[in-house]
Each structure stands twice: as C-alpha cells, then as structure tokens.
Design a protein around this ligand. Structure first.
Ligand SMILES: Nc1ncnc2c1ncn2[C@@H]1O[C@H](COP(=O)(O)OP(=O)(O)OP(=O)(O)O)[C@@H](O)[C@H]1O
Length: 247
C-alpha cells in the first residue's frame, strides 16, 4: 500500500538515537490522501520525536522520512502543511486575530482570503467571540484551540497535530473531530497523536507506538478484532501487557 510518490507521509525504516539511546526503532508508516491516522502510545514512547523527525526539526539517525514527497525541512511545502505542536507557540501580547493574521501572512495566504479564512477557522474552534482578546488572557484550552485554528489556515493538504484536544471540553472536541472528518472527506491527510482512546476510534488507522517501535498499524476495528477486545483502550492495554511479558 505504501507509495512513496503518492503518500503524504512516507516513513521508511526510520531510526533516531539521542546519544546512546534509541528513541525510534525501525519505523515505517505511510499516510495517504483522505485518511486520518492516529498515533497512540504512552508518554515517552516517541510520538513527538517521530513528528519532529518528519518535519526536519530533528535529524534521523538513519532511514527515510518524506512529507508531501519531500525531505523536510523544505520551505516550499510549508504552506501546504498545517502543524500543531504540543507546546503552543503564540504571541501572548497580540490578540487571537492578530496571531491568526500573522501566521496567515507567513503561510502566504492571499490578502483577499485572509479575513474569510480567519473567520472560518475561528468558528471551527469556537473562538469567534474571543478573536479580539489578547492571548495572554486566554485559558490553556483557548490557547490550544487557537493553535489548532492556526494549523487549519491555508487549507493545508496535510495536517500534523500533536495532542490537539488536550484541555478541550467534550462538546468542542466533538466539533473539532467533525471538522477533521470533513477535511478527510475532502481528501486531506491528517496525522494526530492522542492520549484519548475514544478519539483513536475515530481515525481510519491507528499506529500503536511502544518503546519507539510501531507494534501495530491497522484500522481500529481490525485491531480490536485481532486483540479480541472491544475498544482501542483495551487493545492498547493488552498490547502493552504482551510487550512487557516478552521483555
Ligand atoms: N532532545 C532530546 N534529547 C534527549 N532525549 C530526548 C530528547 N527529546 C526527547 N527525548 C526522549 O525521547 C523519548 C521520547 O520522547 P517523546 O517526547 O518523543 O515522547 P512522546 O511519546 O511524545 O511522549 P508524550 O506523550 O509524553 O509527549 C523520551 O524518553 C524523551 O526523554
């Protein structure tokens, strides 16, 4: 299924060491158009490191990482990519609207579209009423929502979202997943890391990352059938247990 030319993300036998420690071990993963892939794993499994290597923020020790067919960092494709990091990178002294405007310009969105796009992404994350407040007065959840809105600017072909719904209440979380599904149906690709197992059920395929290795990568229903359980949370617990028994 993996196709280097067509995949939006194509990782092949990727390894990453920090000093003597191997953090990512022989990672192969692909993500195509019109697909949401969930990356789940316990804290420290290597999810953020995987994303950083994909984006060229960390250098792979060996193997290949292609995003939109290119090795990152590549400024030519930055406009086609929406990235939301685990830590919010926002300008506290500016308002939400000013932040969105700044990032819209950085992404090269034409001036004629900026106002419309800011309104749209603010609506998706339910920040329309707070656009003119300074970010320093935002709660943690509001900052997460603004970061997500920024990632959505520019109708990117690919979204890479590191824990996008942390600190976001269930109703809005549902609304955000609705938007992600809509974008998927329009042919975009989305990679999302999450600790929320219910969210993993909403993805098309789930990659289970444990100790820097992908131990399973399949649609949620197939994983549940393979592990003979009824939720992804149980798949995860069982996989972790099996792995520990083998060590
Ligand atoms: N720059 C670095 N130098 C050394 N070790 C690092 C560095 N960055 C991450 N690590 C280590 O790599 C491992 C994986 O970290 P990573 O942040 O990728 O995990 P994660 O799965 O994203 O965890 P979480 O869910 O808590 O965010 C951890 O043991 C971490 O301490």
């Amino acid at each position: 299924m993996a196709n280097e030319q067509e995949d939006l993300i194509h990782l092949d036998q990727l390894n990453k060491n920090f000093g003597e420690r191997r953090i990512l071990n022989d990672i192969s993963l692909n993500l195509g158009r019109g697909e949401i892939v969930g990356l789940i794993g316990p804290s420290g499994a290597g999810k953020s490191t995987m994303i950083k290597v994909m984006l060229g923020m960390e250098k792979a020790s060996s193997g290949q990482a292609l995003v939109l067919g290119k090795q990152m960092p590549d400024r030519h494709i930055l406009g086609e990519l929406g990235y939301m990091a685990q830590a919010d990178a926002l300008y506290d002294r500016l308002t939400a609207r000013e932040n969105l405007h700044f990032f819209a310009v950085m992404k090269g969105i034409p001036a004629s579209e900026i106002i419309y796009q800011i309104d749209h992404v603010a609506q998706v994350v339910d920040l329309s009423q707070s656009l003119d407040q300074r970010v320093k007065n935002f709660s943690g959840g509001m900052k997460r929502r603004l970061s997500l809105a920024i990632a959505l600017l520019g109708r990117p072909k690919l979204l890479i979202l590191d824990e996008p719904t942390v600190g976001i209440d269930p109703a809005l979380r549902r609304q955000i997943w609705h938007e992600l599904s809509r974008l998927r149906d329009k042919g975009r690709g989305i990679l999302v890391t999450t600790h929320v197992m219910d969210e993993a059920e909403l993805t098309d395929r789930v990659a289970l990352l444990l100790h820097g290795q992908i131990i399973a990568f399949d649609p949620p229903k197939k994983l549940e059938a393979d592990y003979q359980v009824s939720t992804i949370e149980d798949v995860f617990l069982k996989a972790e247990q099996q792995e520990e028994n083998e060590i």
